[in-house]
Design a protein around this ligand. Sequence first.
Ligand code: SAJ
Length: 415
Amino acid sequence: MGISTVGVVGLGYIGLPTAAILAANGVAVTGIDVNPETVDAVNRGEVPFVEPDLAGYVAEGVSSGKLTAALAPEAADAYIVAVPTPFTGDHKPDLSYIRSAAEALAPTLRGGELIILESTSPPGTTRRMADWILAVRPDLSLDGVDGRPVVYFAHCPERVLPGKIMVELVTNDRIVGGLTPEGAQRARDLYQVFCQGEILLTDAATAETAKLVENSFRDVNIAFANELSLVADKLGINVWELIRLANHHPRVNILQPGPGVGGHCIAVDPWFIVDAAPEEARLIRTAREVNDAKPRWVLHKVVDAVADLGVANPVIATYGLAFKPNIDDLRESPALEITTEIARTLPHATVLAVEPHVEKVPAEFAGLANVRLAGTEEALEAAQVHVLLVDHAQFRALAGPLAGKHVVDTRGMLR
Ligand code: SAJ
């Protein structure tokens, strides 16, 4: 069966680019989202967040008629589910968005559809999604038993890097894990429409775990760099110089320390492994703890710098709120956490948050009268302590103006 219509459930950082790239390759795509503002924006050909090149794809898809958005699913040959999988306060996976998506899709199914879960998920989630759907639709099946029409399921984790999504969607290799071999083959046929990388077939649970392992690998390596930054600070050594020199060894490639690890992936996914194998995943858990502890360490550095200053009502500038450079994404952002914690810990200070990618005051600032958004010039002029949190391209020019000032440089921008 050829796939000519696709419903993409969840028009976020992954769903919308995937919908747009499918539409650009001639597939009729309906993007489905529960947020009416997102649906309206997409139907106007607009993108509700910052991602290079995406706006052009969405505008083109809408004007060609290949991309539309709706609040509820419609009949389609295939569906891609790309909804959030956050964790709860005690680091347990929250699958409620997947369950809602499954239950919303169930009534539209006729049999023969392919349903792909793209959301990063704990091992076994694709199977659970299938079970939720079949609980609502016992007239359908996974294998055609008793003559009941088959629905095909696969997990195909996204691995694109925010900021490069439109390139990596096309060039990255993809892992496709089927609940059944036929589910994997059908999913491969769909990704071949736009993916030029290798498409690797496996089973659903291995695909789910592979994605978690990739991000845990990166988290562990960043934790090593962050731990080194604490060690180097204690020893009075410049960590950036230390890493630069060590990386001249042919088999050493240490990552960069920062204010902590943010984003919806690397700060979250390792916990799904810890939850699935708590006794065994000791290094993975420790890496999470090391990275999660870094913002507090930075906060103490800022408090110390302010104490050194000895000013009653200091002005502190923080540069960057996003979780990494050149994007507007604030999810799990250590920079945002540090900025709000400075304001909370130092109620007599004024905190000027400089974030060129954000216009709307973050919800985290609510109830804090001493923190507000500010421009670079105002921050440079008014602040006595400057905290570099995100290495946005715009901030590269700060080395000169900040020379000789009190600076806490978490990204080695002034190295
Ligand atoms: N970071 C450091 N030091 C480094 C590298 C990163 O502190 O040397 C920090 C960043 O500032 C950021 C966090 O880590 O706060 C994560 O940034 P990232 O660029 O490493 O990764 P993400 O979260 O933007 O995207 C990751 C990618 N995964 C891997 O590289 C293994 C991407 O390929 C995945 O698609 C994405 O997670 C995802 O959606 O899972």
